[in-house]
Design a protein around this ligand. Sequence first.
Ligand SMILES: [Zn+2]
Length: 284
Amino acid sequence: MRNCLPLLPGLLIVLLLAPSCVVSPATGERQLVLISSDQEIAMGREASPELEQQLGGLVQDEYVQSYVASVGRRVAEQSERRMPYEFAVVASPVPNALALPGGKIYITAGLLRAMESECELAAVLGHEVGHVADRHNVQGLQRQMGVQLVAELAAAAVGADGGTAARVGTQIVGGMFNLKYSREDEYQADELGVRYMARAGYNPYGMVALLETLQEASGGGEAPGWTEILQTHPLTSNRIEEARRNVRRQHPNASPAGCTVADDAFSRMQQRLGPQPAQEGRAP
Ligand SMILES: [Zn+2]
């Protein structure tokens, strides 16, 4: 009994922070998540202005934004978790994509320039929707910042105004930039991405093409400017092979060909972004 006493304060905190255990609508697995979906959405809302600023600001081009958002919505509609998914393009030349808690998803101009087709775009957005649907970012923040701090930030985010919102936002953005998804989370997000893009009518081999594009552009992980996506999204040959096996198993009739050709809408989006700026590519 004496041995249990030191555990009590922590246990009480956990008990007071219900709803605690939830079931993932995407995978059916039980998860320890101590914040509600409303709190999660509020966290994302408070963090988004600072995150956008740190990633170079929103790209000021209505066509680029609405094109990416339309592909994102098409994929997100297939998710088992109903959240207010939103998609935005930020100007950073560093290839990256990330999802805030609550469903705000960002992709950088640098990543859009590196891709070859809409299937790859659907794959990366599907992957990020997968992270939200299976609550990887909330669980990652809980692991990294501690469940108590995340619960406090989540509670503070709801109805926050002025200085409180900015302070909460800064802490969440700091957490997001240090967030490291587990290998299992990455494989799961790839699998969910394939599921959502295929349901939306995209060739699921887009996921394989996307991972190959990322690997090629990263120069095997050594190229400068790639630390961020490699940090938040570990990329290995095994992961590409696993994606290929998964697509082959789930979609035996799909063809690996046909995902490398850009259609007019995708090409127009890339033209409007313009070429990758010279002498940039450092972390934003
Ligand atoms: Zn990921």
